[in-house]
Design a protein around this ligand. Structure first.
Ligand code: M6R
Length: 607
């Protein structure tokens, strides 16, 4: 769960690498470092903390002549986040430097063998063990590719690595197993990185590296091999059609608020080419060669899991498909009873979440087809899946997922519609109206967002000193209550619980007092009377209440927050940004690091 970048070309490597790390910082920001070969020696600069600390150290050095190197931004796994554990790591002779994203699971036993051979270690990391194992391999295999291949055959775990060697300045080696790695192909320069934005200002030509592949880049060449046999592998070059601008803040204070405000466009983009109003249908050609499943097993983590929980309501209601929704980290270690006629739907913004990826592998072992619902094109999950639906939300940079969930909900809704029509059970008139409303949703949301933000600002400030919050919702808004609580805790560090409002009276109501506010979702739907009576129970215990509602409801709570009413399930697209904005305004008022909350990383590529 770190960011890595490697460069071999004609430009000064260090500033280019630091700029790339800036775009990868969302993957981890405990420490950062770069290494390059200068005068037959490795120059290593590392710093604890964010990238600015590394930049400060680099400003005291003169490293502008080097035209190749590697860089790393770290999210700590093995070893506390201090400089000695920061990457790159050197072998004990200081002839090789390596950056690593992932975990070497058997590093202890390898380390013990190396210790017996006299190796000494400067850090507590698994990564330093691996670079020394490669150095050991070099004794028998002077060719670097052979030495790396020899070492990788002995390691278990997940990694994307990049290595430089004083013997071959101008060359970067890299390899991957179960951690993201892409290669950028430029003119007179080549790149490797964990993610495309790292090198996007220089090239849009990208090669996706698969598990078990090892590569070598120089300024004028790139080669990919099978890591175990060193047999050459033919690779396809893909052209990326999004640009650097869409991965920048565009005048907003944080990526999170920019991404919240992008949601009308995200819905528009998700619908583009998929909603056929004239023929009252939804086109998902990616799924045309499969039947609607008898049962759907949804597997996901975090916000994507909440999207899946919401999707269950519509898929069961419209498409009459029984749906189980599972947290991927639980699913992968059970021996789940999967319906042999079922299908697994893996939801992931990044497409790199290790637990979700493991869930896919388990499903495939059990013989079930997998549909990936991903945002990142070419990601591991998209490549492991039998069918892929892209959410088309564009790059999401803020660690707190916002627009990605909006896109997941949109596609889940289209999926429920698509399968109900494929099964011939849809209500033609109702769906024609629904598709019409769906088309106008982006503009309705766009006009509503500024007022929502104003209200969020007032309420966020009023309750910013709360130490705990309860989020309540019922039916399809229960998953939204979970999401509201997750957003608040991850960026403002205020404890929050999401609960089904009818479940309150079975325990959590004991928590309610004047210091424990409740944030409820009480929209104008069939369940409104039930939610209203749940809120009366909270009021009776002296609890303060903020409630999202619609015009004309007879709710009487301390802070009504009225959202425009749209049709049926589309109301979720009003509730979601309101919850996100409340968390954002609270966290910003408290001066928190909104885009890079402590202890978190955007893409969780470790268990
Ligand atoms: O990339 P994914 O959708 O697979 O990520 C899943 C979770 O790690 C992610 O949603 C996480 O919970 C976010 N920080 C939530 O804002």
């Amino acid at each position: 769960m770190c960011g890595i970048i490697g460069y071999a070309g004609h430009r000064p490597a260090v500033p280019l690498i630091v700029e790339g790390l800036r775009r990868l910082e969302y993957r981890g920001y405990d420490s950062a470092g770069v290494a390059t070969v200068v005068n037959h020696d490795i120059e290593l600069v590392r710093a604890e903390g964010k990238l600015s600390a590394l930049e400060q150290k680099l400003s005291e050095k003169n490293l502008i002549n080097s035209t190749s190197g590697i860089g790393h931004t770290r999210w700590a796994t093995h070893g506390i986040p201090v400089e000695r554990n920061a990457h790159p790591h050197l072998d004990q002779e200081g002839r090789l430097a390596m950056i690593h994203n992932g975990i070497i699971e058997n590093y202890q036993s390898i380390k013990e063998d190396l210790l017996k051979k006299g190796y000494k270690f400067r850090s507590e990391t698994d990564s330093e063990v691996l670079i020394n194992l490669i150095a050991e391999g070099r004794k028998e295999h002077p060719d670097m590719l052979e030495a790396i291949s020899w070492a990788l055959k002995q390691v278990e775990g997940a990694y994307s690595i990049a290595i430089i060697d004083v013997e071959s300045p101008g060359t970067v080696y890299a390899a991957r197993v179960s951690s993201p790695l892409v290669m950028g192909i430029g003119v007179g320069e080549n790149f490797i990185a964990s993610d495309i934005p790292a090198f996007l200002p220089y090239t849009r030509e990208v090669v996706f590296i698969e598990d078990g592949e090892l590569l070598r880049i120089t300024a004028s060449s790139w080669d990919v091999f099978k890591s175990d046999t060193l047999e050459p592998v033919e690779k396809e070059i893909n052209t990326i059609n999004w640009d650097v601008q869409s991965a920048q803040k565009g005048g907003y204070k944080h990526f999170m608020i920019k991404e919240i405000f992008e949601q009308p466009k995200v819905i528009f983009d998700c619908l583009a080419g998929r909603v056929d109003l004239a023929n009252n249908k939804v086109d998902l050609p990616e799924l045309d060669d499969m039947e609607a499943p008898k049962r759907l097993h949804i597997v996901a983590c975090g916000t994507s899991y909440h999207a899946g929980l919401w999707g269950k309501y519509l898929l069961e209601k419209w498409a009459k498909i029984p749906v189980d929704v599972e947290i991927a980290s639980e699913f992968r270690y059970r021996d789940p009873l999967l319906d042999p006629d079922g299908v697994v739907l893996a939801i992931s913004q990044s497409g790199e979440t290790a637990d979700t990826l493991a869930g896919i592998k388990l499903a495939k072992e059990k013989g079930l087809p997998v549909i990936g619902l991903c945002n990142v094109v070419g990601s591991s999950i998209s490549r492991e899946s039998d069918h892929v639906l892209y959410t088309q939300a564009g790059p999401e940079v803020s660690v707190a997922s916002t627009k990605a969930m909006c896109s997941q909900l949109t596609v889940l809704m289209l999926l429920a519609f698509y399968w109900s029509k494929r099964k011939g059970i849809h209500d033609t008139k109702q769906f024609a109206e629904f598709l019409q409303d769906l088309k106008s949703l982006p503009s309705v949301l766009e006009s509503a967002l500024p007022a929502m933000r104003d209200r969020a600002k007032v309420l966020g400030r009023k309750y910013a000193d709360a130490s705990s919050f309860m989020f309540l919702g019922r039916g399809p808004y229960f998953p939204l209550a979970l999401e509201g609580a997750l957003k608040l805790k991850e960026i403002s560090y205020i404890h929050a619980e999401g609960y089904a409002s009818g479940e309150m009276k079975h325990g959590p109501i004991a928590l309610i007092d004047q210091k424990f506010p409740t944030f409820a979702i009480a929209l104008n739907d069939d369940l409104f009377p039930k939610v209203k009576s749940n809120l009366i129970e909270v009021q009776a215990r002296g609890g303060h209440i903020i409630a999202l509602t619609n015009p004309g409801t007879d709710l009487e709570v301390e802070h009504e927050w009225t959202l425009p009413e749209v049709s049926g399930p589309l109301n979720v697209f009003m509730v979601l940004p309101a919850l996100q904005l409340f968390s954002y305004e609270t966290a910003d008022y408290l001066g928190k690091d909104v885009d890079q909350p402590r202890n978190l990383a955007k893409s969780v590529t470790v268990e």
